[in-house]
Design a protein around this ligand. Structure first.
Ligand code: UGA
Length: 452
C-alpha cells in the first residue's frame, strides 16, 4: 500500500516540526507556507529557528538533499498543494493575540482554510492543529463544506498539539497523549480511523489516545496551557509571600512538590512565563469565555496574568535597588534574552522585557544570549549586545540572570567576577547555585529567597 500523502499548512515551530515528523514516520509530505523566505530555508534543509534535532530530521527527509529519503517537500503554492492530492491536510498556522484585544486573531486559520478548500476535489481529511477558541472547528467545518468542490466528502478533525519549544521534535514523535476531536457518526469514525493510521507509530509505543467531540478537543489545549500558567503564577505568588515573610520559595516548591498530587514540575519561581503561547492563550481563553457569557469562570486567569506581569516589574525594582536607587549612568549586564532556554524565541520574553524597561529608565544595558541575539536585536535594536557572558558583564554594576541556559549555570563566578565592577548578581530564574557565587565573593540575590 502506498504511504499516506500528507500536507502541512503553516511551517512555523509547529508546522515545520510536524511536517518533518510526518516524513520521519514514513509518509509523503508537502509543507506549505505563504512566506517564501521560510520555504526557501526549509527546502534547503535548514531551520528558520533554533530547535534542537529539527535540522537532522530535515536533512534525513528533504527532497534533493544527498542521502535523504526525499519524502518531504515544500511549496508556497496552493495549486501545487492541490495537485499533490493528499489524503490528510494539517492546518498548523499561528493564532496570535489581536492588537489591542485579548482575543486571538483567527485570520491565518481562516485564510488557510479558504485557500485550501477550492483544491479539495475528492474526499480528504482536514485536521486543525492550531490553538483556536472553542467553537472554531464547527464553523470551519461548515466553511469547508461550502467552499470545497468535494463538499460533504471533506471531513474535519481537531487534533491539538502540546509540543514545547526546545523539545518540539521529541514531543511530536513521542507525545504524552494524542487528542482527536471528531464528529459523532460514520464521518467521525472515518476521520478517527485515518488519524489512527497517521499516528500508528506513537500509538504502537503506548501513547494514550483521547477521542472527543470538537469543542472538547479545542478546550483541552487552552485548558492545559491555562493550568500550566496557573501553576507558575501560583509559585510566583508564593515567592511574593516568601519575600515578605522571610521564607524560601525554592525549598517551599521542593517540599510541596513531593506530594504527587501537586508534582514538582512547573514550580520554578522567577520572572515568570512568556513566549508565543501561554500569555496569549490565557487571554484568548478569557475573551472567549466572555463571548460565551461565562467570563466569571475564568476571572482567576486575570490574576494569573497580573501575578506574572508583576514579576517583571519586581525584577526591575530589585535591580534598581541593587544599584542604589537609580539606573542613570549604571551599567547592567543581562544574561539571557529568550523566553526560555534551548530556544531562540524572544516573543513576549520576560528577560528582554526587563532589559528593555531598565534601558528606558536610563540604565546602560548589555545583553548576551546563546541563541537569541538576532531576534533580540530585531525587537530591541537600541540595547547593547555582547558576544559572551563575560563581555556583557565587563564593567557592570549588577548582573541579571534572566534565562536559565545551562551555559550560565556553568559559568565560573570567579572569572566573571574579574570582569564586573561590583560582584552583585540577581538570579531571576532561581537556577544558579547561591553557595558557589557567594563563595566567590558575590552578593547573590534571588526572587522569593532570603538574602544572605
Ligand atoms: C507551552 C506548553 O508547555 C506546551 O505544552 C504547549 O504545546 C505550547 O506552550 C504551545 O501552546 O504551543 P512553550 O511555550 O514552549 O510550551 O514553553 P514552556 O516550557 O511551557 O514555558 C513557558 C514559560 O514558562 C517560559 O517562559 C518558562 O521560562 C516559564 N516557566 C516554566 C516558569 O517560569 N517556571 C516554570 O516552572 C516553568
Amino acid at each position: 500500500m502506498a504511504p499516506l500523502k500528507i500536507t502541512v499548512i503553516g511551517t512555523g515551530y509547529l508546522g515545520a516540526t510536524h511536517a518533518a515528523a510526518m516524513a520521519e514516520l514514513g509518509f509523503d509530505v508537502l509543507g506549505l507556507d505563504v512566506v517564501p523566505e521560510k520555504i526557501e530555508v526549509l527546502a534547503s534543509g535548514r531551520v528558520p529557528m533554533y530547535e534542537p534535532g529539527l535540522e537532522e530530521l530535515l536533512a534525513a527527509h528533504v527532497a534533493g538533499l544527498p542521502g535523504s529519503t526525499g519524502r518531504l517537500r515544500f511549496t508556497t503554492s496552493y495549486e501545487e498543494l492541490g495537485a499533490f492530492d493528499a489524503d490528510v491536510h494539517f492546518v498548523c498556522v499561528n493564532t496570535p493575540q489581536k492588537h489591542g484585544e485579548y482575543a486571538c486573531d483567527m485570520s491565518y486559520v481562516d485564510s488557510a482554510v479558504e485557500s485550501l478548500a477550492p483544491h479539495l476535489t475528492r474526499p480528504a481529511l482536514v485536521v486543525g492543529k492550531s490553538t483556536v477558541p472553542v467553537g472554531s472547528a464547527e464553523r470551519l467545518a461548515a466553511k469547508l463544506t461550502a467552499l470545497a468542490p468535494a463538499g460533504e466528502e471533506i471531513e474535519l478533525a481537531w487534533n491539538p498539539e502540546f509540543l514545547r519549544e526546545g523539545y518540539a521534535v521529541q514531543d511530536t514523535l513521542h507525545p504524552d497523549r494524542i487528542v482527536i476531536g471528531v464528529r459523532a457518526g460514520a464521518d467521525g469514525e472515518r476521520a478517527e480511523k485515518l488519524l489512527r493510521e497517521v499516528y500508528a507509530t506513537p500509538l504502537g509505543e503506548g501513547t494514550p489516545l483521547v477521542v472527543t467531540d470538537f469543542p472538547t478537543a479545542e478546550l483541552v489545549k487552552t485548558a492545559a496551557n491555562s493550568f500550566l500558567a496557573t501553576k507558575i503564577s501560583f509559585i510566583n505568588a508564593m515567592a511574593e509571600i516568601c519575600e515578605a515573610g522571610g521564607g524560601d520559595v525554592v525549598k517551599l516548591a521542593e517540599a510541596i512538590g513531593h506530594d504527587e498530587r501537586i508534582g514538582k514540575k512547573f514550580l520554578r519561581a522567577g520572572i515568570g512565563f512568556g513566549g508565543g503561547c501561554l500569555p496569549k492563550d490565557i487571554r484568548a481563553f478569557m475573551a472567549r469565555a466572555g463571548e460565551l457569557g461565562v467570563d466569571q469562570a475564568l476571572t482567576f486567569l486575570r490574576e494569573v496574568d497580573s501575578i506574572n506581569m508583576r514579576r517583571r516589574g519586581h525584577m526591575v525594582e530589585l535591580a534598581r535597588e541593587a544599584v542604589g536607587g537609580s539606573f542613570l549612568g549604571k551599567r547592567v549586564a543581562v544574561l539571557g534574552a529568550t523566553f526560555k532556554p534551548d530556544s531562540d524565541d524572544v516573543r513576549d520574553s520576560p528577560a528582554l522585557n526587563v532589559a528593555g524597561q531598565i534601558h528606558l529608565q536610563g540604565g546602560q544595558v548589555t545583553v548576551y544570549d546563546p541563541k537569541g541575539m538576532d531576534n533580540a536585536r530585531r525587537v530591541f535594536p537600541t540595547l547593547s549586545y555582547a558576544d559572551s557572558a563575560i563581555a556583557a558583564a565587563r564593567g557592570a554594576e549588577v548582573v541579571l540572570h534572566l534565562t536559565e541556559w545551562s551555559e550560565f549555570r556553568d559559568l565560573d563566578p570567579a572569572a566573571l567576577g574579574e570582569a564586573v565592577t561590583d560582584r552583585l548578581i540577581l538570579d531571576g530564574r532561581n537556577a544558579l547555585d547561591p553557595e558557589l557565587w557567594r563563595a566567590a565573593g558575590w552578593t547573590y540575590r534571588a526572587m522569593g529567597r532570603p538574602r544572605a
